[in-house]
Design a binder for this molecule. Sequence first.
Ligand code: AMP
Length: 283
Amino acid sequence: MFYIYNHDDLSAWHQAKKERWALVPTMGNLHAGHLSLVRYAQQLADKVMVSIFVNPTQFGANEDFADYPRTLAADEALLREVGADALFLPDEKMIYPFGTSACCGVTAPAAFANILCGAHRPGHFDGVLNVVTRLFHLIRPEVAVFGEKDYQQQWLIKYCAADLHQQLDIHTAPTVRAADGLALSSRNAYLNPEARRLASQLYAHLQRQKEALRNGIYDVSSSKNSLEYQGFKLDYLELRRSSNLRLIEVDELEEALQAGDARLFIAARLGHTRLIDNLELTK
Ligand code: AMP
């Protein structure tokens, strides 16, 4: 595995580069979800680079930037096992040469950034788009792969890349789940055993809602109430279009389902841990 820590390493890599490369950006603390992205990327390109960078600009002031799990040795072992070809480990100065408080920004359009997670994490998607744009500029990969688990994120990244004329193919890989359905996430490690058991209810509710909606019953508030009763604090549970993230009204449900353009989005907090998930609805 080729290591890139700085601009000299990056130049050496660019000079040697002949093949088609895919980039899988991550914040580390790798789990089977991340590794599935690497395997997915291996189908799309000759070689795969993974980046690990805990990006400060996408964390809010009261969020877990300082505590975010950093497990580099374990991550490296997993990446060797899965056969990643390069690992990009920039420091903050390499990504933000003038510092995060004096950096140029990338602003996510409000119509898409102030809904779903963006409504509860102001500035979050600006930070995501800023770092991803910088990674694309530095690496210039032919392909990049993101996870469907963070659906709004991958949607905005594709939108931003198209809007800023970035020349690469961006793909979305399916969500990897634990046996009980909980979407794998680095933040699951924050859950105590009781909260971890409860967390699986999120996916169970999405599935129940999916069945109800397929049968024409549009009543997301019953799931909301029941999850709140179980101890979740819900940020949102919403039915939106996969294609443009617009809310689906009751009278559009059938058409959206038929078109394969309906998706349930959920974000809920258990204690201090925020969990998100989404499920495509099909007829
Ligand atoms: P993160 O390290 O959390 O920023 O995630 C890096 C990439 O892995 C993002 O594209 C995520 O959407 C993706 N990812 C995280 N969890 C999963 C999962 N359970 N299944 C598939 N992809 C995931």
